[in-house]
Design a protein around this ligand. Structure first.
Ligand code: GDG
Length: 470
């Protein structure tokens, strides 16, 4: 485990807690779990936007860090979050799957909101007795490293981007491209999921600024500062998913699902309802598969869990309409009276045990995003399958970060080519059992050896080392 000299301050758009029927609980995300041991040893805080009208508690049971909310006005949330983050940067960073909206008012609000986060960090540092390590997460806070650096020149600052970084020719379309790169370059270390995203960033920096030399992982800036830019794929808590896979509640859910889907091959999709995830293309491939193979009708079920997401944003509401139209059309086309539908569409999040039961049930897990920074669902699926000696197949888009790690052990698909994808779905059913089991075991071993604990440790070590260099 990383030995930090001061407390860890994680800064992210959201705080890692949610309010349920039984009160506030810590989120179950891998990052939160993995930073726990570090925070327990070194102390720490999490700074994030307080989106609860009644306020968030300072502490939540089971989460050792202090919660420090940043309050934003409604107008700031509209411009910074719904606007610039989700309608400009998100589509641009995902290779323009939808058109990014350019709006100068949103940009001003994005600057303001980042400044609010910087104010909060400065308060924490002033109150504390030891300088912290500040670890900033994701595309909502691209300006923050520079804002923190200007106030606290000696504090170690790390930045991690959870989305892809686009190729320089796409990034260059952004009117605020220079400010964003300057914002990021103020960090000591910047992490990306893949070498490609890192290279896109480095090439953007070199194309837009003069006098920056690159040696290995280092960017040498004209003012003498050095910044470390690395590819460093995030992961999951593999041990926890392994336990969840064979837990009592998961087994009970699985038994029910097996009964419901008896005699059918199950294809599964699990995604936030986001246009990056390729859900419509996936549905079209399922339709072609059923169209071509009448003998599969009634013998194949496609389950899509679509977790509601960003429904304040027009593009997401439109996506929901088109996905639901597609589901209705396919079911209308292939359902026989008195028989089950081919597409089971769940517009909701399911409990974790139930999610694990679906992962175990699936014969073919369809992770087919058009573009995705990493995709943790793929890592969770192989981990859960391997823990229960499963033989499911992973159909994996070549346009997500995970595909670099899994190589040919997954069936690799280009989701834009819906027809080929439908043939790949068919071929996934033909891989022999011994081969399927070996593939799952190899992919799961990769996840186990590179789990989220290792990711957090390596990230924090890298930030500390980069900040300590002369
Ligand atoms: C962003 C990047 C990158 C899903 N359905 C349910 C549920 N989930 C959980 C999964 C998984 C998480 O949500 C989704 O993570 P992903 O990585 O797949 O995707 P994004 O939300 O888009 O995340 C992505 C990630 O950041 C990390 O850097 O990998 O590329 O886009 O953990 O388990 N959880 C529960 N019920 C559900 O129905 N409980």
């Amino acid at each position: 485990m990383t030995e930090l000299t001061g407390p860890l301050v994680v800064v992210a758009n959201r705080l890692p807690v949610s309010r349920g029927p039984d009160g506030w609980t810590a989120s179950s995300g891998g990052l939160v779990t993995a930073m726990r041991p570090v925070v327990e040893q070194a102390g720490g805080a999490w700074i994030g936007w307080d989106d609860d009208p009644d306020g968030v508690p300072d502490h939540v049971e089971g989460l050792a860090c202090e919660l420090l909310p940043v309050s934003l006005t409604k107008a700031q949330v509209r411009g910074y979050y719904h606007g610039l983050a989700n309608r400009t940067l998100w589509p641009l960073f995902h290779d323009l799957i939808v058109h990014p909206v350019i709006d100068r008012r949103w940009w001003r609000t994005y600057e303001e909101a980042n400044q609010r986060f910087a104010d909060r960090i400065a308060e924490v540092v002033e109150e504390g007795d030891r300088p912290p390590l500040v670890w900033i997460q994701d595309y909502h806070l691209l300006l923050l490293p520079a804002m923190v650096r200007s106030r606290l020149p000696d504090v170690p600052i790390g930045f991690f981007l959870h989305t892809p970084f686009p190729p320089p020719e796409l990034f260059a379309r952004l009117p605020w491209r220079d400010q964003i790169l300057q914002g990021m370059l103020a960090a000591d270390a910047i992490g990306f999921h893949t070498p490609q995203y890192r290279d896109n960033f480095v090439r953007s920096v070199q194309q837009l600024f003069n006098g920056i030399a690159v040696t290995g992982d280092q960017l040498n800036l004209p003012d003498g500062r050095r910044v470390r830019a690395v590819d460093h794929p995030i992961s999951i808590d593999a041990a926890e998913f392994g336990d969840l896979a064979v837990s009592g509640p998961t087994e009970a859910d699985l038994a029910e699902l097996r009964e419901q889907f008896a005699g059918r091959k199950v294809f599964l999709g699990v995604d936030r309802l986001d246009y990056t995830k390729g859900i419509r293309h996936r549905l079209q491939s399922i339709e072609l598969l059923l169209e071509r193979n009448p003998e599969l009708r009634g013998k194949l079920a496609f389950v899509q869990i679509a977790v509601p997401s960003r429904d304040d944003v027009k593009e997401y509401r439109d996506l929901r309409t088109s996905v639901e139209t597609e589901v209705g059309r396919i079911n209308g086309r292939f359902t026989e009276p008195g028989h089950d539908v081919p597409v089971h569409y769940l517009y909701r999040a399911v409990p974790r045990e139930s999610l694990a039961a679906y992962y175990r049930l699936a014969d073919v897990m369809c992770v087919t995003p058009l573009k995705d920074g990493m995709n943790l669902v793929a890592k969770e699926f192989v981990t859960v399958q391997a823990a229960a000696d499963g033989d499911g197949v992973l159909l994996l888009s070549e346009f997500c970060g995970t595909s670099i790690e899994f190589g040919d052990d997954a069936v690799r698909t280009n989701p834009f080519d819906v027809e080929s994808q439908s043939y790949l779905m068919e071929s996934a059913l033909e891989i022999d059992e011994a081969d399927r089991i070996e593939r799952i075991q190899r992919m799961a071993a990769r996840v186990r050896d590179h789990d989220v604990y290792r990711w957090v440790t390596d990230e924090l070590d890298g930030i500390q080392r980069a900040s300590a260099q002369p």
